[in-house]
Design a protein around this ligand. Structure first.
Ligand code: ADP
Ligand code: MG
Length: 256
């Protein structure tokens, strides 16, 4: 990756979609994010890997302000993330998030789960929201489950509904935080395939995962974190065949 420094007003024009500059975050005495500089281009797929506790989830959560930061700046599509208010709600809607636990509304049907945000946040009418929800449910392969409740679906199906729900907001970028970690092994691929397709369709994605096969085949770049820092970033081929840092070598020796 070539690092190009640009003036703030030029950010949107360069195609950089998510820009973090010198982001720091503490939990009490724990310096959980240390001087994080990260730029994600439009259409880029970045896989974030690293040992447990290295700050990967916190990084994701700061990008849509589920967590505040102590210093530094984060911008989405050229606009700095505000601390609160209407502008934050709007910008946050541009960032789709899929978690390890599917977080669907249990008392709403699959279809209602995917319609809700479109109506409440994007102010669409019911008919338009339903049309879009059905199209997205078809796209992730669970169209036939639309009238069911989440508990009636398998974990893999629920996670695909969660992806459809996030996509329904027409996000500019999708964050995935270990989306397959809670799934039974036989359901992992059906979720990864949906994510692969999304990547091929040009979605900008930040994916925290231990699925190295996905990283190799879908990522444009691997970001390796340890102890709250970005220790190394490289194209997947280069990272997996020739990691530069001892931390990355050690991590890969344990998981591969
Ligand atoms: P990862 O996702 O890489 O496993 P996390 O971002 O979840 O790492 O956590 C990084 C560190 O921050 C861990 O030591 C974790 O215990 C700590 N941490 C995470 N969330 C909180 C919180 N809300 N309060 C205090 N400590 C936290
Ligand atoms: Mg985590």
């Amino acid at each position: 990756m070539t690092e190009v420094s640009v003036a703030k007003e030029d950010v949107a024009a360069t195609g950089d979609l998510v820009v973090l500059k010198s982001v720091n975050k503490h939990f009490g005495a724990l310096h959980v994010l240390q001087d994080i500089d990260l730029t994600i281009a439009r259409g880029e797929v970045v896989v974030v890997i690293g040992p447990s506790g290295s700050g990967k989830s916190t990084l994701c959560r700061t990008i849509n302000r589920l967590e505040t930061t102590d210093s530094g700046s984060i911008s989405i599509d050229g606009k700095p993330l505000p601390d609160e208010g209407k502008e934050l709600a709007r910008l946050r809607a541009d960032v789709g998030m899929v978690f390890q636990s599917f977080n669907l509304f249990a008392h709403k049907t699959v279809l209602e789960n995917v319609m809700l945000g479109q109506i409440k946040v994007r102010k669409k009418d019911k008919k338009a929201a339903e049309e879009r929800a059905r199209a997205l449910l078809d796209r992730v392969g669970v169209g036939a489950q639309a009238e069911k409740y989440p508990a009636q679906l398998s974990g893999g199906q629920q996670q695909r509904v969660a992806i459809a729900r996030a996509l329904a907001m027409d996000p500019k970028v999708m964050l995935f935080d270990e989306p397959t970690s809670a799934l039974d092994p036989e359901m992992i691929n059906e979720v990864l395939e949906v994510m692969q397709q999304l990547a091929r369709d040009g979605m900008t994605m930040i994916v925290v995962t231990h699925e190295m096969g996905f990283a190799r085949s879908a990522a444009n770049r691997v970001v390796f974190m340890a102890d709250g820092r970005i220790v190394e970033e490289a194209a997947p081929d280069q990272f997996f065949s020739n990691p530069r840092s001892d931390r990355a070598k050690d991590f890969l020796s344990k998981i591969l």
